[in-house]
Design a protein around this ligand. Structure first.
Ligand code: ADE
Ligand code: ZN
Length: 333
């Protein structure tokens, strides 16, 4: 049994494996410009975030019906559960679908159908987080929040993703204020490719409770001290950072330094179909490349449940944390 953990940074569209992409393309009559899954996998060589996003948006064009989204999410939940995920907070990008004529209701209802069965089928509790595309306008983000209003009982929070540099968090001040007024939780990608200043803005202007990535905080000692003092969780994605060239090799990842500094670091998979692994693979990779010991892995698992948007009334957080404390590592793990 793998170490129990929560996954807090996972784009559901980034779990679209080549095999499912081809199956959905056929079912929906979509022509993909790749001969087969092998040829598609050949395209998974990225030079930066934008080069990945171009393929990510292209490939999600095979997702049309609620059933497609249900199958996508169910496939992710099965894989995640097999790697020890007990709780998953799942991002989705409504604008990437509404721009193609797929209504937000189709997306949310399709995902929700899979999430409704997740406890029973996979033993995983779930939340949905709706992300705004930061390279689209603030008006488009506000219109998306408005369009989501009939579905807010299914949505726990809002996030901010897509091309970071040139699109600072402050561009989305009003939409985050409106989301807050609706009782939604708040996160944002910041400091993946963008500077530490974007992390400060996400905290000060948007009022986020967690920072997605936050990798570049390490360039700013004062910011690190603040994140430690306020116990702001960072949702790190080590394999993503290597594939998108934020760092050269996994051995250079600042995760050990971040843990040593007292940051509330968590390990996540981001877009696992594209970056070479699900969350358990990310744990195994950092253990191997960075020499993390068992107690550090346990800290990462504990952090993931402490940072999760779980209601204390449910008692789930306490139950999961007890599972982490009781976990006995297997030989070689
Ligand atoms: N959308 C999907 N994956 C992303 C990432 N790593 N950064 C920003 N936007 C994304
Ligand atoms: Zn991400």
């Amino acid at each position: 049994m793998p170490l129990p953990k929560a996954e807090l940074h996972l784009h559901i569209e980034g779990t679209l494996e080549p095999e499912l992409a081809f199956a959905l393309a056929e079912r929906n009559g979509v022509e993909l410009p790749y001969a087969d899954t092998e040829a598609l996998r050949e395209a998974y060589r990225f030079s930066d975030l934008q080069s990945f996003l171009d393929l990510y948006y292209e490939l999600m064009g095979v997702l049309h019906t609620a059933r497609d989204f249900t199958e996508l999410a169910d496939a992710y939940l099965a894989r995640a559960a097999a790697q020890g995920v007990r709780h998953a907070e799942i991002f989705f990008d409504p604008q990437a679908h509404t721009a193609r004529g797929v209504p937000i209701g189709t997306v949310v209802e399709g995902l929700a159908a899979a999430l409704d069965r997740a406890e029973e089928r996979h033993g995983v509790s779930t939340r949905l987080i709706m992300c705004f595309l930061r390279d689209e306008s603030a008006e488009s983000a506000m219109a998306t929040l408005e369009a989501a209003k009939p579905y807010l009982h299914r949505i726990t929070g809002v996030g901010l993703d897509s091309a970071e540099v040139g699109h600072p968090p402050s561009k989305f001040r009003e939409v985050y204020e409106a989301a807050s007024a609706l009782g939604l939780r708040k996160v944002a990608h910041a400091g993946e490719e963008g500077p530490p200043e974007y992390i400060r803005e996400a905290l000060d202007v948007l009022g986020v409770e967690r920072v997605d990535h936050g990798l570049r905080c390490m360039e700013d000692a004062e910011l690190v001290a603040r994140l430690v003092r306020d116990r702001v969780p960072l949702t790190l994605c080590p394999l993503s950072n290597v594939r998108l060239r934020a760092i050269d090799v996994l051995e250079d990842h600042p995760l050990p330094a971040m843990l040593a500094a007292g940051l509330v670091a968590t390990v996540n998979s981001d877009d696992p179909a594209y970056f070479g692994g699900y969350v358990g693979d990310n744990f195994a990779a950092v253990r191997g490349a960075l020499g993390l010991g068992r107690e550090q892995l346990r800290v990462l698992a504990r952090n993931s449940f402490e940072a999760a948007f779980l209601d204390d009334e449910e008692g789930l957080r306490a139950r999961y944390l007890a599972e982490v404390e009781a976990y006995e590592f297997e030989a070689g793990e």
